[in-house]
Ligand binder design. Structure first.
Ligand SMILES: [Zn+2]
Length: 170
């Protein structure tokens, strides 16, 4: 059984030491809790992936456990290109607990060859004044506080990761 350390039970950095599960907005990424866990396993390796239907070829995002076009559950994981351009960008005042304010949010436009057309994402490592429409951005991953989960009467630490986009340095 994994040793449970107080530092690993922390929920959001903002409320360090006063963890309340209700404020934890990050997904539980372990196979025991999440049927799309390969998405997070791949993210941990720097890969941005989603599910593609083996029957009709449809690519869904976010990934799922069945195709949204034909409902087949015969899916495979495919890599997504990790760059995009900013189509629109703004700041969000009053972000959720644990996030710095303001949050920079962008509506991304992808290359024609990319399976996705648009996606709303968080931009990090920049301020609103640093970016403008048309700028190139790339996927970046970051660690999310680990979360203890119960698996067959044992406590396991679920390491977590998530993604955002950041400007490509010129
Ligand atoms: Zn399908």
């Amino acid at each position: 059984m994994a040793e449970l350390k107080t530092s690993q039970i922390v929920g959001t950095p903002y409320i360090d030491g006063k963890y309340a599960a209700i404020l934890d907005m990050w997904p539980l990424e372990a196979p025991e809790c999440n049927r799309i866990y390969p998405f997070y396993d791949n993210l941990k390796q720097g890969r941005w992936t989603t599910t593609k239907c083996k029957k009709c070829g449809n690519i869904d995002y976010p990934p799922g456990v069945a195709c949204t076009k034909c409902w087949s559950d015969d899916l495979e994981w495919v890599d997504l290109p990790k760059t995009a351009r900013i189509a629109a960008v703004t700041e969000m005042a009053g972000p959720p607990t644990g996030f710095e304010s303001p949050l920079v949010m962008a509506w991304l436009g992808f290359d024609k060859s990319h399976p996705l057309k648009h996606l709303l994402v968080r931009l990090i490592n920049c301020k609103l004044a640093d970016v403008k429409n048309g700028d190139e951005v790339k996927l970046v991953t970051f660690e999310v506080p680990s979360h203890p989960i119960d698996v067959k009467k044992e406590t396991k630490i679920c390491d977590r990761v998530y993604y955002a986009f950041e400007p490509v340095k010129k």
